[in-house]
Design a protein around this ligand. Structure first.
Ligand code: ADP
Ligand code: MG
Length: 696
């Protein structure tokens, strides 16, 4: 039987099972089936004594005899029980379903091996729906080792297609499948001492021992990560070939005047280094695709602005796209103020820009008089055409989808240089996979004079003390944020939550003014409230996470986060980054309910322990796994990781990337004979994936 044969060719898989396998877990071919890896293995290498077992144990096996059987209970609770003993104690084997099938199948006083998960029912230990095999001296030898466990759905289980059944089908398939074609070239398998594919498949399902299991896993994980890296790196080579980059040959008057006359502070060493990296990209003839990572407050905005000025110096236009209107407005105001002495034409374009103004901007963009455009996704609209766009900044890029980013590529005949910025540091492994084809710059230094934010986690019993503390801060002239969670499914409740919070605050701080901002307000109202807070007219800002991204109020010294248990780590970190922007000591107070899951407690503890965004990102990845990390969904991992785990396989990923790099160095388009298999595998992979070539 061939690997690409339909699963109905496997004995034991009829039309009905085939349909279930397809519908429930997407398996249609033998190859699919063999790529359905176990989620865990159970050690069947030893027998437990019945007297030693209790309900806390995982799957175990025991050896003994059935002494008697009976039906217990009536109607829906009726069950079939076999009383089992190995001479050291008694255990009940219980069946709730499929009783007819079991009844009479097993003989009394015959040696069996029983395998399953222990439970306690009253004072008795039982094993429900155990697996039972006759005990034979020789057989006992051969069943030793690890038993694979497979995930199955409820529907599969209720049709008797459980883990055991799958195991049997897979075992059968492995027995009859011939000619397992390699998916990695022989030279590569030899060079890195990998398991061949057939052995890998056999051992991943039915490992002889830990060593062979590890080797099988290693091969599969390597292969998975390797092809992803090969694909990413090859695409970026291809892109490099296809698109040239605009050459910004000079740093001119605009940049230099800004540097000498307008820059209100001296740049940090990190900012200088990153500017040099960007500058050198812009002058290289390659189109820049650079990711700028820097913790909240590390000063990315000024780097973006100064890079844009280089574009302007070379007679190109530049634009910057922010994820929210508030943020776009703030960038615009900052920029406009900073560059005012330079006489640059700069504008703000958002969803709420007036029609007449919009028309004017469109015209000025086309004739080139408008040099620097700041905005929201309004920038992406088709009628926004530039005369000569040379440089694009995407702020808080994890908020944008792949398609939105790709759109900016089309705004000039030749794609502009692209700088994407994120304040949500991404662990290296994730960055290599999500943004594997981007060059990365890191701002790993905060501007001088910042005091690290102090973070505390409190429960409601500290409410009064908290109010006293807040009052104190306000009296010192500081401002305060109080943030409430927003979960889309229950917007109404969230809004109520927020409004209650607003009333509570007003009641407890009667002599001060309170702002409220949430996503349901009209942009103009929102902006007005933000503005009142920004200029210090209000002392307290009660808000949902709309204030999360980028907004800068240096006088705010306290961030109170209500229901902190409902926020993810990166979001908490982002919110905290709204304070600590001035010279004063700042605080972040996490308020939570009393009962917390272990994971939530760890999350809050991480926040209290560290201010380092990279450490937090790493903790987030470890706690939640890569699938849940903010931004990964939108950023669209174009592949499924079946076995590799970005949280755990960082080293292997690095290795896979290096191997891919080495191959592409000598054979960038995989044209040599020894790499034909690589090429055909990639093509197979890409037939199912989205088009990478036009995406940054
Ligand atoms: P982020 O990286 O989070 O986008 P911003 O660019 O908003 O950070 O910068 C945060 C604050 O730090 C701003 O008020 C900015 O003016 C200020 N800032 C940036 N660079 C420096 C610097 N080198 N020295 C002093 N202040 C700086
Ligand atoms: Mg920012």
């Amino acid at each position: 039987m061939r690997l690409d044969a339909d699963i109905t060719y496997i004995p034991g898989v009829g039309v009905k099972r085939a349909e279930l396998l397809k519908k429930e877990i997407g398996i249609t071919t033998v190859a699919d089936l063999l790529a359905y890896y176990p989620y865990k293995y159970v050690d069947r290498s030893r027998f437990y004594y019945v007297r030693d077992i209790d309900e806390t144990m995982p799957h175990i096996q025991i050896k003994g005899r059935i002494l008697s059987t009976e039906y217990v209970g009536e109607g829906r609770t009726k069950r079939y029980v076999a009383h089992f003993s190995d001479g050291t104690g008694f255990v009940d084997l219980v069946w709730f379903q499929g009783v007819r099938y079991v009844e009479g199948k097993y003989r009394l006083n015959t040696d069996y091996i029983v395998f399953g998960k222990t439970n306690r029912f009253g004072s008795r230990i039982n094993i429900a729906h155990p697996e039972i095999e006759p005990y034979l001296e020789q057989k006992a030898q051969t069943t030793q080792g690890f038993q694979p466990m497979y995930n199955t759905t409820e529907k599969m289980k209720s049709n008797f297609l459980n883990s055991n059944a799958l195991r049997k089908i897979i075992k059968t398939a492995l027995g009859i499948v011939g000619d397992v074609k390699e998916t990695l070239p022989d030279w590569l398998i030899k060079k890195y001492a990998l398991y061949p594919r057939s052995k890998t498949l056999e051992q991943i399902h039915f490992p002889q021992n830990t060593d062979s299991l590890n080797k099988a896993r290693h091969r599969l994980k390597f292969e998975e990560l390797f092809y992803i890296q090969l694909s990413i790196l090859r695409q970026s080579k291809y892109r490099e070939q296809r698109y040239r980059g605009f050459v910004f040959g000079k740093v001119g008057d605009i940049f230099n005047n800004f540097y000498e006359k307008c820059l209100p502070f001296s740049l940090t060493a990190a900012q200088k280094r990153v500017l040099k990296e960007i500058r050198s990209d812009m002058n290289s003839g390659r189109q820049m695709n650079r990711l700028l990572q820097g913790d909240v407050g590390s000063g990315k905005t000024i780097v973006a602005l100064m890079s844009a000025l280089i574009a302007l110096d070379n007679n190109f236009q530049a634009c910057m796209m922010a994820p929210t209107e508030i943020l776009a407005i703030q960038h615009f105001q900052t920029f406009e103020q900073l560059v005012r002495p330079l006489g640059i034409k700069i504008a703000l374009l958002t969803g709420s820009t007036k029609k007449s103004e919009r028309a004017l901007f469109h015209k000025q963009l086309r004739d080139g008089t408008l040099q620097l455009l700041i905005g929201t996704h309004a920038l992406l609209e088709d009628n926004v055409e530039f005369q000569n766009l040379g440089f694009v900044v995407i702020d808080e890029q994890h908020r944008f989808g792949v398609a939105q980013r790709a759109k900016l590529w089309t705004k000039n005949v030749q794609p502009p240089h692209i700088l994407v910025m994120t304040a949500t540091p991404i662990p290296r492994t994730l960055a290599m996979t999500l943004y594997g084809d981007l060059d990365v710059s890191v701002l790993n230094e905060l501007p001088p004079g910042r005091k690290p934010i102090q973070t505390f986690h409190y429960f409601d019993n500290k409410r009064n003390a908290l109010n006293g503390f807040l009052l104190n801060q306000i009296k010192k002239g500081h401002q305060i944020y109080v943030v409430y969670p927003l979960i889309q499914e229950s917007e109404k409740m969230d809004l109520k939550n927020l409004e209650d919070g607003f009333l509570y605050i007003k009641e407890h701080f009667p002599s001060y003014k309170v702002s409220m901002v949430h996503g349901k307000m009209k942009p103009t109202e929102k902006e007005l409230e933000m503005h009142r807070f920004l200029i210090g007219e209000t002392q307290i800002m009660v808000a949902t996470t709309v204030i999360e991204v980028g907004v800068n109020v240096p006088n705010a010294s306290v961030m109170v986060i209500e229901n902190a248990e409902r926020f993810g780590l990166s979001q908490l970190h982002q919110l905290r980054g709204r304070v600590g922007r001035g010279a004063e000591q700042s605080y972040c107070i996490l308020m939570s309910k009393y009962e917390l899951t272990k994971e939530t407690r760890q999350r809050l503890e991480t926040m209290v322990r560290t201010n380092d965004g990279f450490e937090i990102a790493e903790a987030d990845l470890q706690l939640r796994g890569p699938g849940d990390i903010d931004g990964t969904q939108q950023s669209g991992l174009p592949f499924d990781l079946k076995i590799a785990n970005l949280a755990q396989d960082g080293k292997l990923l690095q290795f896979a990337r290096e191997v891919a790099q080495e191959i592409l160095q000598t054979d960038p388009f995989l044209e040599s004979e020894q790499n034909t298999l690589l090429l055909s595998q990639l093509e197979k992979m890409q037939r199912n994936a989205i088009n990478w070539s036009s995406i940054s």
